[in-house]
Write a protein that binds this ligand. Sequence first.
Ligand code: GLC
Length: 544
Amino acid sequence: MPDDRQWYINAIFYEVYVRAFYDSNGDGDGDLAGLRLKLDYLKELGVDCLWLLPFYHSPLKDDGYDISDYYQILAEYGTIEDLQALIAAAHQRGIRVITDLVMNHTSDQHPWFQAARLDRQSSYRDFYVWSDTDQKYRDARIIFLDTEASNWTWDELAGQYFWHRFFASQPDLNFDNPRVQRAILDVVKFWLDLGVDGFRADAVPYLFEREGTSCENLPETHAFLKEVRRYVDENYPGRVLLCEANQWPEDVLPYFGQGDEFHLAFHFPLMPRLFMALRQQDAGQVRWILDRTPPLPDGCQWCTFLRNHDELTLEMVTEAERQWMWEQYAPEARMRLNQGIRRRLASLLDHDQALIELAFSLLFSLPGAPVIYYGDEIGMGDNIWLDDRNGVRTPMQWDGSPNVGFSTAQAPDWYAPPVSAAGYSPEQVNVAAQRAHPDSLWHRVRRMIVVRKELPVLGWGSLSWIETSSPAVAAYWRGIEGQRLLVVNNFSRAEQEFTLPFPETPVRLEDLLGGRQVSLTGGNELNITLGPCQYLWLKVDLPR
Ligand code: GLC
C-alpha cells in the first residue's frame, strides 16, 4: 500500500467558494473564519481535501482569478491569520487544504502591470507580453468568446497592445522572462510556508506564446511546470499540484511528465460525456472517452468532477455534440455561456434524485479522485438571471430559515441572493433537512463516500468493462490485488434485466450500498435487474 505522500490518489476533494460558504461576521460575504466553523460538516461528509477558490486581493473582474496582490487576502474573506487558523483546524480533522494558484495572468490592477504600462523602461515592462500590432499569435483561440474579440487589447497608457487569454482585465504574464518565473516560485513558497497542502494550478496550458502554434501546451510551458514541481518536491514533500488543462487526455498526459510534473489533473473531456450518456440513456460515450484515456505514470491521478464554479465546458466535444448538449441542457439563451452551460448539477438533471445519485455513483466508482462542487451534495440549484458564472456561485443553503443559515445580515446585503427558483429554494433544499432525512441525496452521497473509503480499489484499481446485453448499462470491474469490485449503472429510465459473466464462481457477493441479496443463478453468471437509474456496487470475493 502506498505511503502517505500519495494521499491524493484516493482522496475526496471538495471545491469551496469561500464567499458562498458561511459568513462569520455578518457582512453578507462568506469568509475563511466561517469556513472554519463548518469543517465538522465537511468531515462528516467525508471530505479529505478542500480546494479553495482564489481568496487573494483582487478587483474581482473575474471573481478573484484576477489577482492584484499575490500576498494579501481579500478583506471580505479575512486575514492571513484566519487562513492559518483554518488550515490548522482542518489538519486537526485530517483534512488538507489546497488553494488556487493563478500564474498565467494577473489583474490589470496589479502594481506590476501598472508600472509596466506607464513606462517602457520600467523593469516590469517585460513582465507582460506587448506588441505594436495585434497580428501576432493568430493561431491562438479565444477562450472567453462571449466577451473578447481578440487576445490583444490596445493600452493607451502603454502605447502598445498587450496579450491576454482571458478577460482584457487579465494581462498574461511573460514567462519568457526569468524574473516572472522567479516571482511565481516566490508566491508558491509563500503559501506553502503558510501551510497549504498544494495548489490547483489555474489555466496552465497558456504560459508561453510561440508564433505558428496554438500557444497551448508548449514544451517551454512543461519545462517551467517541471521546475515548479521540482521546487515543491525538494522543499515541501507531500504537497500536491493539480493541473487545470481543459484538453484531450492525450494532451493532458504530458502534464504528468514522467511523474515529475503534476500529481493530479482534471479529466475535462469525461465530464460532458457523463451528461451526454445520462441523457442518451446509453453508456457508450463514457466508455469511449475512458478507452482513449492513456494510463498514467506512477504516483499520478486524474481528478474527476461533475460540475465546478465555471460553466459546464463544451470545448472537448464536437460541434454537433455541443449543439446537442445545448439543445438538451440549455434550452434558454441565458443558460449558455461561451462554449458551455452555466447551470448546476441538480438543475441539469431535472432535480431527479435517482439521476443525480447515478451521476455520483459514476463519479465515485470510475477511476480518479473525485471533486465535489460545494452544494451539489444536497442538489442545490442555480440562478440563471445572475451574470457570468455567478448563478452557480450562490450562498450555501444550510437551513430553511429566512437567512438560510448563511449569514446574519439581511439577504439584500449578501454578495448574491439565495436561489429562489421553484423546487430549489432554501426551504426546499438545505443541509439541515437532508441530514434529518435518511433517504436524502446528502445521505446517499455520504454513504458512497464512506464505502469508497473502505475500498482502496476505487482509488488505485484498474478498470475493465463488462459486456452486457443492454447499451444502457455501464458495467465494470475495478480491480487491485486482493480486491475486486463490480459496478453496474443503469442509464435508462426503464428497468433493465441483463446477465453478467463472471471469470470464476465467487464465494461471496456483497451489495455495498443497497444491502440487497445478490446471488448467482447458476454457472458463472449473474442475472441482475436494475430499476430506472439504479446502480449497484458489488464486492466480489473470488476463490483464492
Ligand atoms: C480558470 C478558472 C476560471 C477563470 C479562468 C481565468 O479557467 O476556472 O474561473 O475565469 O481560469 O483565470
